[in-house]
Ligand binder design. Structure first.
Ligand code: ZN
Length: 416
């Protein structure tokens, strides 16, 4: 698929600081250690609805990683998928009597617009499940051949499942990403699209790799028979074929830890025999609305496109979301947006002055805070202090406003 249009990325003086990042799998915050080219895979949307603030917060967090690595002199190979065939898309199309292909294309186009407006740097490769069908089929075929996958004991629908114990043969148990116990895995499988109670599986948590064709559902002809792929293996194939095993960061919202990332990793490890699938598993907190969980079932989603249509400056949305720490579950509120709007105006006022307080130290502080597990609240506070000083007392450094404009643009992605 065509990714969205990129935004200019200003070069900052000096070199950025290596990023330390929390890893869900080990529970540690430790340095990412990318080679010359940093490799990141972030799970994309299922395009059945518009981009809500939870999605936006997630892609903004990984955008910070992208920017910090670039500032540190790395190239970034960033891959993101689009799950353009899966249950939620088919269910929504059916509900609205829409064509699932048209619905997917429309929402993907809107997502691109939202990302562009928020000035998220685009992935180098933006890959739909449908266009990756051949590589997914090939990967499932290899898992079957190696004994890591099996057909469900169901003559009518012998769907292919992944045996979650497949990596044990080379000494890696299941659960290395989430560390959840079996009861939690069972519960989350049921809540998040799995089928733990389906008869004919070897084990309840085993996840589907290839679902044989059902009446009224789209399906693809393949060596596995007519059907369509499971969600987790889609990401395994797209990531492995572009980034290789042991890439730097696998990212997504915290609701993807299990089963999605656990299984994507297990599929990849069973296939390659290499552990870990990714060196860091990075997860963002959930965004609620006025203290309640934001979810499609509650009907309280706040969409980026709706805010844009209401005339809200996307830079204020970006700043409001970055004012909280990416790993914390937090709530979207009107005062939060008002604070961000006021802050944006203050920063803009400060950088429009002919001179300001010295900015070299501020750039260093922003780099330090962001490289410390993306501490954007403290980075923002450092810019606040500079803006306050510049607006109230002015300053004599004529290069400072320009440097701050570039700092905020390059590292925080905010255009002043
Ligand atoms: Zn994924």
């Amino acid at each position: 698929m065509q990714p969205w249009t990129t935004v200019p990325y200003p070069q900052l003086p000096g070199l950025g600081i290596p990023l330390r990042l929390h890893d869900t799998a080990t529970g540690e915050t430790r340095p990412t250690a990318p080679g010359r080219t940093a490799r990141m895979y972030v799970c994309g949307i299922t395009p059945y609805d518009a981009t809500h603030l939870g999605h936006a917060a997630t892609y903004l967090a990984f955008d910070l990683i992208n920017r910090i690595w670039r500032d540190g002199g790395h190239e970034v190979h960033y891959v993101q998928n689009v799950t353009d065939i899966d249950e939620p898309l088919l269910e929504r199309a059916k509900r609205d009597q829409d064509d699932w292909v048209v619905l997917g294309m429309r929402e993907t186009a809107l997502f691109r617009e939202d990302m562009e407006s928020l000035r998220v740097l685009p992935p180098r490769e933006f890959v739909g499940a449908v266009e990756a069908m051949g590589e997914i089929v090939e990967l499932v075929g290899k898992l079957l051949a190696s004994g890591a996958a099996y057909h469900a004991d169901d003559p009518e629908h012998p769907d292919v499942y992944f045996d979650h114990r497949a990596t044990e043969r080379f000494g890696v148990g299941f659960g290395t990403v989430s560390s959840y116990d079996e009861e939690t895995m069972h519960r989350l499988s049921a809540e998040r699209g799995g089928d733990p109670d389906r008869p004919g599986k070897r084990h309840p948590v085993d996840a589907v790799l290839w679902r044989t064709a059902r009446d009224g559902e789209p399906s693809w002809e393949s060596e596995l028979g007519l059907g369509r792929p499971g969600w987790h293996v889609e990401c395994t194939a797209i990531a492995l074929n572009r980034l290789g095993a042991g890439f730097d960061v696998q990212g997504g919202g915290s609701d993807l830890i299990f089963p999605h990332h656990e299984f994507s990793a297990a599929h990849g490890e069973a296939l390659t025999g290499q552990h870990p699938f990714a060196r860091h598993y990075s997860h963002t907190g959930m965004i609620g609305l006025d203290g309640a969980k934001m979810s499609k079932s509650k009907g309280n989603l706040v969409f980026v496109s709706r805010l844009r249509a209401d005339g809200v400056d996307p830079m204020a949305v970006r700043l409001a979301l970055l004012a909280g720490h990416y790993r914390e579950d937090r709530s979207w509120t009107d005062p939060m947006l008002a604070t961000a709007t006021a802050r944006l105006a203050r920063w803009r006022e400060a950088v429009s002055l002919p001179a300001g307080a010295p900015a070299d130290e501020v750039l260093a502080r922003v780099r330090t805070h962001l490289s410390d597990d993306l501490d954007s609240p403290r980075a923002i506070a450092a810019v606040d202090a500079w803006a306050d000083q510049t607006v109230t007392r002015h300053g004599r450094d004529t290069s400072a406003p320009g440097l701050m404009r570039n700092t905020v643009d390059g590292l925080l992605g905010i255009e002043l």
